[in-house]
Ligand binder design. Structure first.
Ligand SMILES: [Zn+2]
Ligand SMILES: [Zn+2]
Ligand SMILES: [Zn+2]
Ligand SMILES: [Zn+2]
Ligand SMILES: [Zn+2]
Ligand SMILES: [Zn+2]
Ligand SMILES: [Zn+2]
Ligand SMILES: [Zn+2]
Length: 280
């Protein structure tokens, strides 16, 4: 065993553990994997068209297969003869519908026909399907999701992004789906905090009674709510993930009252200034 660990596979790469090289169908060069090929060349290698491999132990070039026909070295614990993927065992499986290999175990995933992607079993009947969503690029990094080696994360709105891109959103507090602005995770605790902050910070008197129209990014409700700099709360679902729709709406000036007849006829703003408390 000690000897084995010293004998690092000469053909492994940062992407895969394997002891053969792929003969690129495009340029005929030998590379450990398509990712190494793509990083070196100015074109992409089609993994499905690979026909030959070279054994890293005895250097025999041969038809792609799991075990060397010459020295019987195993090229990889896992081998897919569609993707020509050799690697250590990561409980991979080949999904026919996705058309590529994915890291399993298979029983933990199902292929959603509508999203057209393998998703975790706990999302079965429990996620919002978006037609062919997996064929769109990640809205954070704009790169491919479907064939990415980085796992996908499904947002509550059904849009997909890379797991790592989602982690970045969490870290930076960017809580909205970049595509539809729907909240990207449960925000209820945060909305409760804003409720409390607003209760403790009433708007200055000149904004008393001022309202705005808002549209909720979470439930699409249009409503009219009190204006507050800390946030405008959707009356439909309680979310503060809302967008202001138009300017401030000031309340109509109060009708003149009989017992106010002696007061000077001033504009409301000036009245507000007079109402402000004087220093003690
Ligand atoms: Zn090539
Ligand atoms: Zn060999
Ligand atoms: Zn495969
Ligand atoms: Zn699949
Ligand atoms: Zn789906
Ligand atoms: Zn991404
Ligand atoms: Zn979305
Ligand atoms: Zn709402």
């Amino acid at each position: 065993d000690r000897r084995r660990s010293v004998m690092a596979s000469p053909a492994g790469c940062e992407h895969y553990i394997r002891s053969c090289l792929l003969k690129a169908p495009c340029c005929g060069k030998l590379y450990v994997c398509r990712l190494c090929h793509d990083a070196e060349e100015n074109h992409q290698m089609d993994r499905f068209k690979v026909q030959e491999v070279q054994c890293s132990d005895c250097l025999t070039v041969q038809q792609a297969q799991q075990t060397c026909q010459q020295c019987h070295a195993q090229f990889g614990e896992y081998y897919c003869d569609i993707c020509h993927l050799f690697d250590k065992n990561k409980k991979q499986y080949h999904c026919q519908a996705c058309g590529i290999c994915r890291i399993g175990p298979r029983e933990k995933y199902f292929h959603c026909e509508k999203c057209n992607l393998c998703l975790a079993q706990e999302l079965r009947g429990n996620h919002k399907c978006v037609e062919n969503v997996s064929r769109q690029n990640c809205p954070v990094c704009m790169e491919d999701i479907h064939t990415s080696r980085i796992g996908a994360h499904v947002l509550p709105c059904g849009h997909l992004l890379h797991k790592t891109c989602f982690d970045d959103m969490v870290r930076t507090g960017a809580y909205r789906c970049p595509l539809c602005m729907h909240s990207a995770w449960s925000m209820e605790d945060h909305w409760d905090l804003i409720d409390k902050e607003i209760a403790q910070s009433p708007m200055p008197t000149e904004y008393q009674g001022v309202t705005v129209k808002i549209i909720c990014n979470d439930c699409q409700t249009h409503c009219m709510v009190p204006f507050h700099v800390l946030g405008m709360k959707c009356t439909g679902c309680g979310s503060y993930n809302t967008a202001q729709d138009g300017g401030l709406i000031h309340p109509p000036p109060p009708p003149p009252q009989q017992d106010a007849a002696n007061e000077p006829d001033t504009e409301p703003e000036q009245q507000d200034q007079q109402d402000s408390p004087s220093p003690l």
